[in-house]
Ligand binder design. Sequence first.
Ligand code: FPP
Length: 242
Amino acid sequence: MNTETGSVPAHVGIIMDGNGRWARGRGMVRTQGHLEGLKAAKRVVKAASDMGISYLTLYTFSTENWKRTAEEVGFIMGLVKQYLRGELDFYRENRVRIRHAGDSEGLPPDIRREIEDACEDTRNFTGMQVILALNYGGRDEIIRAVNRAWMFKSSGSPGGAGNLRLREGDIRQYLDNPDVPDPDLIVRTAGEFRTSNFLLWEGAYAEYYISGKFWPDWTGEDLALALQSYGKRERRFGGIRV
Ligand code: FPP
C-alpha cells in the first residue's frame, strides 16, 4: 500500500503520447490526432479535478518538438491558444490555476502572452493547478536553473565563482515552479517506456504508469486505473521497508 501519500497522488504528470498514431490508424492526418488529443486533455483535467489531484502537469510541447513540420507546430500552438481561451469558464468555476513550465522566451510572442495572461488571471485560484509544460525540456530546465543559481551565488560569494559549490537546494529554487511538489506519479500513454526529457529533476522518485492506449482515447476512467495502480505501490524513496 502506498503509505507516503495515501491513494490519491498530490501531483500527477502526463506524457500525452500517441496522437499521430491514433490519427494514422484511422487514415487521418496527424493534426486530427492532436485535435482529439485536446478533447482528451479537457476530459482528463476535469476528471483529475474531481478526483482531488492537486497538481497536474501536461507535457504539451517539448524543446525537441520544434523538429516537426511548421504546419504541425503551428497547429499545436493554435490548440494551446484554443485550450487557454476555451476553458476559461471551467477554470473560474472550478478555481483551477494555470501555470507554465518551460522556456517562455522561446515561445512565439502571441502564445507567450496568452499563457502569461491565463497564469495571471488564475493566479489566486486555490483549486487544482494545471501546469502546461510548453517548450519544456528537463535538461533545458536544469541548465537554466544552474545558470541562474551560479549567477546569483557567485555574485554574493566571498571567494567569487572559483570558491563556489552548488548544492541541491541552490538548483531546486531556480526550477520553473519551485513551490510545486515533485510528481508522485508520471503517466505515459501509447505504450512507450521512455521519460523523453520530462521532469528529469522533479521526477527522480516518481512512480511510473504506462498505458497502452493512445492519448486521444484517454478518459477519466483511464486516470482512475492509473491512480488505482499507484495506490498499490510501496514508495521507499531509496530507504528500506520498516
Ligand atoms: C504526442 O503525440 C503529442 C504531442 C507532442 C502534442 C500534445 C498536444 C496535445 C494533446 C493537444 C494540446 C493539449 C493541450 C492541453 C493544450 P505524438 O504526435 O508524438 O504521437 P505519435 O508518437 O503517435 O506520433
